[in-house]
Design a protein around this ligand. Structure first.
Ligand SMILES: [Zn+2]
Length: 450
């Protein structure tokens, strides 16, 4: 990757600022892939350097998609919306097994293209056997590959945990470009023993990294990380990134609380649930807390079935929830407990999930759906759910999701350009805004043709 030493100014009719106020005829000065200044164009134009005039657009921070499965992009529109989550899971499992590596690679590449065309500059992709990491080597996206594991066999837990940690170890990390983590799938598809083994391994890894970093302590004993305000991005493996599906369906909830229902019947039918399995008789969130896996903060996808006690656990453990409105609609689920989660102190972001349970991979559509479902959300809250909040959950709080000096020069440019200095709710509620350009690290990586 070539770092630009030149400076570049992006000019836009309106520039979003972190306080939600729109800068009129604004400009962002970028150098070496970072933002150096945000000001009126009139105040920056005397500076030498290239000017990219984006025209009549609203410049927003680049979007961060906190939860997707690019390998399922080819299944967009192939499965009908349904209330039967377990039936959908069965069909997806079969379709995935029947898809060739070539098909999956194409789906991954097409998914990444759709993300870029929708103003996404960073994403967390659930990866299997590092196929996406391999396929997207040249993608300009900032990517976090979360390597998935599924296993309900307690006898294989230690071996699977070791295999996952080894897989993680083998991946090349480029801070802020290519990061890696773990995605143990869900409470109903991972054995208690495997959750515990992974929690233990992650704990060991954290302790090891801490020791390594503490060796770099200053002589007065204070931690170098505090002194240099280093972002998590510069510490690629501390702690390992973690994401999972949680409290997604009533079937999962019933399985854990009662040991009965559609999920249990399906898992027994395919003989993947050991005969010795006993329901923990608590919520899936409470179950995971007992295994120790929630000790390391991460991103929990969905959580639509979480109750107030679950939300308190997630808040206490520092977890962020990725709400996927398209998937929520696809499965015709009951109203999402957004307010309850937020009241408990859980940060909630929006994400697309896979195209197999959505109409596509547009984060803007997810923001519009969230806006429709929750009329009280302010435009600023809606934008933050696709930018600052997911960036923070990945560990990039000081690097991505904001148009502020010091941050990565990641932007998405949108039309129609709103009037005035405030973004109104009507901007989300009207015809779908269109992405005009996507910029990552100060480079235009996607531009609308024509
Ligand atoms: Zn998912």
């Amino acid at each position: 990757m070539v770092l630009q030493s030149r400076s570049i100014v992006f000019r836009a009719r309106r520039v979003w600022q972190s306080d939600g106020v729109l800068l009129l005829d604004g400009a962002v000065l970028c150098r070496n892939g970072r933002i150096e200044a945000v000001a009126r164009y009139a105040d920056l134009r005397q500076l030498k350097g290239e000017v990219v005039d984006l025209g009549e657009v609203l410049l927003l921070p680049g979007f961060v998609n906190a939860h997707t499965h690019l390998r399922l992009t080819h299944l967009c529109g192939k499965l009908r919306p349904t209330k039967n989550f377990v039936g959908w899971l069965a069909r997806i499992a079969l379709r995935s097994r029947l898809s060739s590596r070539t098909t999956l690679r194409r789906a991954i590449a097409e998914g990444a293209r759709q993300l870029l065309a929708g103003g996404v500059t960073a994403a967390v992709d659930i990866d299997i056997e590092a196929l996406a990491a391999e396929t997207l080597q040249k993608s300009p996206l900032r990517l976090v590959f979360a390597h998935e594991c599924i296993s309900l066999d307690p006898k294989r837990a230690a071996q699977t945990a070791l295999r996952m940690m080894n897989l993680l170890e083998k991946q090349e990390t480029i801070p802020l470009r290519r990061c890696h983590g773990l995605a143990p799938h869900a409470p109903y598809s991972v054995s208690r023993e495997l959750w515990e083994a992974l929690a233990k391994k992650i704990g060991e890894r954290k302790a090891e990294e801490k020791r390594r970093w503490s060796r770099k302590d200053k002589p007065d004993g204070t931690d170098v990380r505090d002194n240099l305000s280093m972002s998590m991005a510069s510490m690629p493996s501390f702690p390992p990134f973690l994401t999972l599906h949680l409290a997604e369906s009533a079937d999962e909830d019933e399985m854990f609380r009662t040991g009965r229902g559609r999920m249990v019947r399906w898992l027994r039918l395919f003989r993947v649930l050991p005969c010795t399995w006993q329901p923990p008789r608590c919520s899936p969130v409470a179950f995971l807390e007992r295994t120790g896996i929630l000790d390391t903060p991460g991103i929990a996808a969905h959580c639509g079935c979480a109750d107030a006690a679950d939300a308190a656990v997630l808040a206490r453990r520092g977890w962020t929830v990725a709400f996927c409105p398209g998937t929520h609609e696809f499965f015709r689920r009951p109203p999402y407990p957004l307010e309850m989660l937020r009241r408990a102190g859980v940060p909630v972001c929006v994400a697309t999930d896979s195209a197999a349970s959505n109409t596509g991979l547009s984060l803007m559509e997810e923001m519009r759906r969230a806006a429709r479902m929750f009329p009280a959300l302010t435009p600023r809250e809606i934008i933050e759910m696709a930018t600052m909040i997911p960036a923070r959950a990945i560990g990039w709080a000081a690097d991505a999701g904001n148009i502020t000096p010091g941050y990565c020069a990641d932007f998405s440019a949108w039309t129609p350009c709103p009037e005035g200095t405030q973004l109104e709710r009507s901007w989300f509620d009207g015809p779908s805004p269109r992405c005009a350009a996507t910029i990552i690290g100060g480079e235009v990586v996607w531009k609308k043709s024509g």
